[in-house]
Design a protein around this ligand. Structure first.
Ligand code: SDX
Length: 440
């Protein structure tokens, strides 16, 4: 389904360069890999067999886990491209399902391909009726992220051969098609309202908003501007190379666990407040500043204070040491959506103040901390009427095609093998068991 990794392998192995590592007892030449954008990496696959040593890199901040042709990020320049296309162009001209096809297949779809893909998605939006009992068993205040992780994992009980031949194709379609229904049903369940069937006469985002806000007693006419804003949000979240949740999807998939199990694990990883959960944490931070009538400057001072647990959520990034291009696009979208929704701009104004102060503050400048994708996204979700605890599941909805594309690419990689990092042991030396002394 995706260009074979052979093209990545060729692109990443043309370098004839090598690094030489000298260590107590000898030295070893390590080949350098050069990516298609010229970035270099040291290939340490032979390091342990040649030297008996491993590398250490907590958080994998300096470690590449794979070759990938899906997404390119230049954190220094604030560049993000899906399959070579700048995020700014896709955000302005494409649609979420077109971007999903691009990420999964490697090329933009022909008009007929997109039409068939869209039609196939529409034919799989319903969940098995047994899922109504699944939701009924959950507490009303269940957070939508564990609900989504459990429901996606449960798809493997209904479709029990997701990895065989056409099974992978069908699993991809079912995931993209059913995720909006799974997300909307978790919201409806929390309200005690009926779980609405999807409407296949609506486009992908309008159908989601319909399932979220319509009831059997009252239709919900979807505002096309709001549906388009949601489509943009999903495009901006669609992939982001080897982030925490994507690496989790690859890790689980590397054991040859099926696609549903791998995506379910990725959803759980995304839930963390340092990752996808940050969009919910940003709104809670902005609401706290607004409620305490505290100034943005006071909060920034707290975020800089090592003894204070406050963090400027939605700021900072492992890779971007410049503006996250997604944050720029979202900031521009906020004003348009707030105005259309007639919603209060108080939180947006506080966010803009926080950004303005932080970007001129030595602490943030020195650490190259800029707004990331989560800083403004929650403001738009709120204007769409999405409840705060649903923000991260919307992030998962957007990231789904990226997770799928990365999982497929891993399975087709000629270097495919189970992920199994090593460690430096720091525990007790050899000792022998002795039963506790009597009376001890
Ligand atoms: C996403 O990886 C991806 O691509 C993720 C993502 C995607 O699309 O998949 O882009 C989505 O997860 C965006 C990030 C959302 N998380 C947040 O907004 C939470 C707040 N940000 C941070 O916790 C932090 O910036 C991380 C987790 C995003 C990055 O952490 P790193 O790379 O491990 O950096 P770090 O924590 O070591 O920070 C470096 C320094 C530290 O100060 P010193 O110890 O050097 O004095 O910067 C400080 C940190 O204390 N710092 C912050 C800060 N972020 C980092 N200080 C105040 N506020 C912040 N937000």
């Amino acid at each position: 389904m995706t260009p074979t990794a052979k093209s990545n392998e060729a692109a990443a192995r043309t370098s004839a360069l090598a690094a030489r590592m000298t260590y107590p007892g000898g030295s070893v030449a390590l080949p350098l890999l050069r990516g298609s954008e010229g970035e270099l990496g040291v290939d340490i696959q032979k390091l342990r067999s040649a030297t008996g040593m491993i590398t250490m890199d907590p958080g994998y901040a300096n470690t590449g886990s794979c070759r990938s042709a899906i997404t390119f990020i230049d954190g220094e320049k604030g560049i993000l491209r899906y399959r070579g296309y700048p995020i700014e162009e896709l955000a302005a001209k494409s649609s979420f399902l077109e971007v999903a096809w691009l990420l999964i297949h490697g090329e933009l779809p022909e008009r007929t391909e997109l039409a068939e893909f869209t039609a196939e998605i529409k034919r799989h939006t319903m969940l098995h009726e047994n899922f109504r009992q699944f939701y009924a068993a959950l507490p009303k205040d269940a957070h939508p992220m564990p609900v989504a992780a459990a429901a996606i994992g449960a798809l493997a009980t209904f479709y029990q051969q997701p990895d065989k031949d056409r099974g992978v194709h069908d699993a991809v379609i079912r995931l993209v098609a059913k995720m909006p229904t799974i997300a909307a049903w978790s919201y409806k369940h929390s309200l005690g309202q009926p779980l609405l069937y999807p409407r296949n006469d609506l486009d992908y985002c309008s159908n989601f908003l319909h399932m979220m806000f319509a009831t059997p007693c009252e239709a919900y006419p979807v505002d096309p501007v709001m549906a388009q804003a949601l489509d943009l949000l999903l495009i901006l979240h669609a992939d982001h190379e080897q982030n925490c949740s994507t690496s989790t999807v690859r890790m689980v998939g590397s054991s040859q666990a099926n696609l549903f199990a791998s995506i379910s694990a990725g959803i759980s990883a995304l839930w963390g407040p340092l990752h996808g959960g940050a969009n919910q944490a940003v709104i809670q931070m902005l609401e706290r500043i607004a409620a305490e009538d505290g100034s943005a400057a006071q909060f920034v001072a707290r975020a800089k204070n090592r003894n204070d647990t406050a963090r400027l959520m939605g700021f900072g990034h492992r890779v971007y040491k410049n503006h996250d291009p997604r944050a720029r696009i979202l900031k521009e979208t906020c004003a348009r959506v707030l105005q259309r929704a007639g919603a209060s701009s108080e939180l947006f104004e506080i966010a803009v103040q926080l950004e303005e102060i932080a970007l001129h503050d030595e602490y943030f400048i020195e650490r190259r901390l800029y707004p990331n994708v989560d800083f403004y996204s929650g403001i738009i979700y709120m204007a769409l009427g999405i409840p705060v605890n649903m923000f991260t599941v919307l992030f998962a909805l957007g990231r789904l095609p990226g997770w799928i594309a990365q999982w497929l690419e891993m399975r087709e990689d000629p270097d495919f093998r189970i992920y199994r990092p090593r460690q430096i042991y720091t525990g007790a030396p050899l000792r022998h068991y002795a039963p506790p002394a009597p009376g001890a």
